[in-house]
Design a protein around this ligand. Structure first.
Ligand code: ZN
Length: 266
């Protein structure tokens, strides 16, 4: 079955991973701007990273007939330095018109600090002014429920933000309802052992349904698996879910969300 991985950090992945994903029928991916394996000291380091996301990675993916999209921001992990973050946010508009850019992300909180919240709101301001889609990172480190609550409050306090144009990612059993009840899209990140395993994700789908929900592998610098979405497909098949329902989760839903993007071309 063809699938989309809407959240995978290919900067941390080898070309062999692209090949394996292609063999597993990966149709398209989106790569949110995040940590690049080390803390960058200057805004120009992020400028180079944005060039990689909008130019290098799409070309690398195209070798395997995988469509590559991306999101731009300074991630919460490196956003503690507000002045650096402002310099990076100022670079984003130059890249928003690149054809593979879907919006602003993954923005959010890491340790739920006041500086992270300031930088988060300045990203929201940029997204509102430019009418971009938003991809949200909810914290793994500190209290996920508290961080998700803080993020949703900030989103709802900004009346310019339309929930249907926001995806709240890394939801788990205790945060999925917050996102869905607010009218947001949500993403579940499938990790081999920590966070949400494929089996837990299918439990969540069975409990909360398949509207406005998608799954991804993260494929990041930690232990992660770029074939996690095919693994979820296998688990859904094993439990007797129909091909139509599975396709909705792993293909139709991310596409429906992305189609709202300003740069979208069918
Ligand atoms: Zn990520």
């Amino acid at each position: 079955m063809q699938f989309i991985d809407p959240h995978i950090h290919m900067i941390s992945r080898t070309t062999d991973d692209y090949q394996r994903m292609a063999y597993a029928q990966c149709y398209a991916i989106s790569e949110p701007a995040f940590w690049a394996g080390f803390d960058r000291g200057t805004a120009s380091g992020f400028h180079d990273y944005f060039r990689s996301l909008t130019d290098t990675e799409p070309k690398r993916a195209a070798q395997f007939h995988i469509k590559h999209y991306c999101w731009l921001c300074i991630n919460a992990k490196e956003a503690e330095n507000v002045s650096l973050a402002r310099d990076v946010i100022a670079l984003i508009p130059e890249f928003l018109k690149k054809p593979n850019v879907l919006g602003v992300g993954e923005i959010g909180l890491n340790k739920n600090t006041p500086n992270e919240a300031i930088v988060f709101q300045e990203h929201l301001d940029l997204a509102a002014k430019t009418n971009e889609l938003i991809l949200i990172h909810t914290p793994h480190l500190e209290d996920k429920y508290k961080g998700t609550r803080m993020i949703i409050d900030m989103l709802q306090n900004d009346k310019r933000i339309t929930p249907q144009r926001v995806c709240v990612d890394h939801v788990e059993e205790h945060t999925v309802k917050l996102a869905l009840d607010g009218g947001f899209w949500c993403g579940m990140t499938l990790y081999p052992t920590t966070k949400c395993t494929p089996a837990r994700a299918v439990d969540i789908l069975e409990r909360y349904g398949t509207d406005r929900i998608m799954v991804n592998s993260a494929g990041d610098w930690g232990k992660s698996d770029p074939l996690a979405v095919p693994e979820l497909i296998q688990e859904m098949k094993r439990r007797g879910h129909s091909a139509e329902v599975i396709k909705k989760v792993v293909f139709d839903n991310p596409l429906e969300f992305w189609r709202q993007s300003n740069n979208w071309k069918e």
